[in-house]
Design a protein around this ligand. Structure first.
Ligand code: CA
Length: 234
């Protein structure tokens, strides 16, 4: 039984709004709708949504400008659903505090999977039980003991490789931007050294992926960042 959530849909296109509403309702969630930024902010206070689906092209304000105010007023998971398939824009959204990004036209199953992942993390956070052990595809990551195993055997990682893996494992199924990963693992001064990150990810894939050339655990979000895939597809 899926967990029901209250979902705020911020979208000026009535057709897409209906599609989003039907999709989340089909999964047993409640939907409230806002057609512009002003309405979105007032509904945010009234409805206290668990998840916000945010369009960027809004009539009264750019959706990117809404991310900060939403973050400041709500703990809702913020998923940008935008027609803008521009990596700079995705990075901006994530760095402003969005949790995820989906490009229109989106796959409704993919959207529901992202919502499920969001709710799973919220539940864990609310219980104060940040998952200390994360398991995916035969890999076991023990965040308390800084221990990584593959098929029951310890894997030796460099400190940076471990740092990147741990950051991703703390927010599984969500994309983290290059800058977010670089800032937390290498420090704010290294935020732009994407090559550092590439080297660490290459090392991780060689040690953890069945086929490092076709990664299924640590996947690329082209020109945006990386995502640790936990959930079953579909
Ligand atoms: Ca729009």
């Amino acid at each position: 039984m899926a967990q029901a959530a209250n979902i705020l849909i911020v979208e000026d296109d009535a057709h897409i709004r209906r599609l989003l509403r039907a999709t989340v309702q089909r999964a047993g969630h409640q939907a409230v709708e806002a057609a512009d930024a002003r309405q979105a902010l007032s509904l945010l206070d009234i409805e206290k949504p668990d998840v916000v689906l945010l369009d960027l092209g809004l009539p009264d304000r750019d959706g990117l400008e809404l991310i900060g105010p939403i973050r400041a007023r709500s703990n809702a998971t913020l998923i940008v659903v935008s027609a803008r398939d521009d990596s700079a824009e995705k990075v901006a959204a994530l760095d402003l505090g969005a949790d995820d990004y989906l490009v229109k036209p989106f796959d409704t199953e993919e959207l529901l999977a992202r919502i499920r992942a969001a709710l799973r993390h919220q539940r864990a956070a609310a219980g104060g039980e940040a998952p200390a052990v994360v398991e995916a595809g035969g890999i076991r990551i023990d965040l308390d003991h800084r221990r990584v195993q593959r098929g029951g055997t310890d894997v030796h990682l460099t400190p940076k490789e471990y740092g990147v893996l741990a950051e991703l494992a703390r927010r599984p199924d969500r994309v983290l931007s290059h800058a977010q990963l670089l800032k937390s693992v290498w420090g704010p001064a290294q935020e732009e050294r994407v090559e550092y990150l590439r080297i660490a990810v290459r090392g991780l894939r060689q040690k953890l992926e069945e086929d490092p050339a076709r990664p299924r655990l640590i996947v690329n979000e082209l020109a945006v960042g990386y995502r640790l895939m936990l959930r079953d597809e579909g």
